[in-house]
Design a protein around this ligand. Structure first.
Ligand SMILES: O=C(O)CCC(=O)N[C@@H](C(=O)O)c1ccccc1
Length: 368
């Protein structure tokens, strides 16, 4: 396949409600989308970097720069290549996994559309729909939290994830358990907000039968997570710490996690995400698909990934209306707590021109 051009496009999507995590509150998403034009077909990718480097070191302006100056020119210079060549071709540039993931997905989408092959089948999906969890932000009060959780359960979500931070952890979890009972699948996500010194406090979550506690410690504290895992009963799941299959193997071997959140953007793409899935399955470690408030483009690809056999826990693959009033694609709609895996070629969805135009804040065509 030969690349003939790449379009970088930023869209601004207001959130239906503020989304507060331990690292800040989001009220809108500034999303970088990629459209690659090849001699075979066009393909779409989505960069999950946030506007500010608060979740990881990447941010949208930086992704635009590294794509424009380094990543796209490298592919353009390669002549003919396949989607599986993208990561090796870009490996000389350090980091920027979210930018690389967006470019690889766009190339993969184009390649699969040209050949009429759905992404889900290409990745090894075994399901035609996936059970959906939902991520619930930190709220101003417990009553407000309970209203939000009740609404999501009424909507059919099969798993609740509560964002936590010091001062908002045991009480909200206790309140959700007391109000909604012990059968609700419940987990928490700290986004690196604690330290190993908080181990005894985090053990106070053990009585609530949580599926997992996600990324309690800083992303580079793998040994700290291994020590914490020995002091609490709640299974430790890593998110920010896992940036590659090699890193996942090390974390599992060190006992730092017994569950892995796979986010394709964080690990450099869907092909690396599949390698992490395969490695975790080999180790008997359950995985689930994380989310980065993707538009329908990234959401379509995430739902395809979540259909692989090792994704045995509901992911953060919510419906479009969890975050957005209107999506840039046809919205993903929850059906009895599940989302259907797209069946069309490639990612199986395309942006709607009118919606895309309405939310575009900037675009640039990179001729090759
Ligand atoms: O449902 C979603 O797409 C978001 C799920 C979610 O909570 N993502 C968290 C995370 O740390 O996993 C996040 C939120 C905002 C920005 C980055 C990450």
């Amino acid at each position: 396949m030969n690349l003939t051009g790449v379009e970088l496009r930023r869209v601004a999507l207001p959130l239906v409600a503020p989304f507060r995590t331990s690292f800040g509150t989001q009220t809108r998403r500034d999303v970088l989308l990629l459209r690659v034009v090849t001699d075979g077909a066009e393909g779409w990718g989505e960069c999950v970097a946030m506007a500010d480097p608060l979740y990881s070191e990447e941010y949208v302006d930086g992704a635009v720069d590294v794509l424009r100056r380094f990543l796209v020119p490298r592919l353009a210079a390669a002549g003919s290549f396949a989607a599986t060549d993208v990561a090796p071709l870009l490996s000389g540039f350090h980091g920027h996994r979210m930018a690389k993931a967006a470019l690889e997905l766009a190339v993969l989408d184009a390649e699969l559309r040209a050949e009429g092959r759905p992404l889900a089948r290409e990745l090894g999906a075994v399901r035609d729909r996936v059970p959906c969890g939902v991520s619930v932000g930190i709220m101003a009060s417990v009553p407000e939290l309970l209203d939000a959780v009740g609404g999501y359960l009424d909507a059919g979500y099969v798993r609740i994830k509560l964002k936590i931070e010091p001062g908002w952890d045991v009480e909200p979890v206790r309140a959700v358990r007391e109000r909604f009972g012990d059968d609700v699948l419940l987990q928490v996500d700290a986004n690196t907000a604690y330290t190993l010194a908080d181990a005894r406090h985090l053990a106070r979550l053990d009585p609530f039968d949580l599926l997992l506690i996600e990324q309690p410690l800083p992303e580079d504290d793998v040994l700290g997570h291994a020590a914490l895992a020995k002091q609490i009963r709640t299974p430790v799941c890593l998110d920010e710490s896992i940036t590659s299959a090699r890193g996942a193997a090390a974390a599992i071997t060190l006992g730092a996690c017994s569950v892995v959140n796979i986010k394709p953007g964080r690990v450099g793409g869907y092909l690396e995400a599949r390698r992490i899935h395969d490695l975790c399955v080999a180790h008997g470690v359950p995985v689930w698909c994380g989310g980065m408030l993707e538009t329908g483009i990234g959401r379509a690809a995430n739902v395809a990934l979540a259909a692989l056999p090792g994704f045995v826990l509901p992911g953060d693959t919510s419906a479009s209306d969890r975050y957005y009033r209107t999506d840039v694609t046809e919205p993903f709609v929850l059906d009895e707590g599940h989302l259907a895996v797209p069946t069309g070629p490639g990612i199986g969805v395309t942006p709607r021109d009118d919606e895309l135009a309405a939310v575009t804040t900037w675009s640039e065509w990179l001729p090759l």
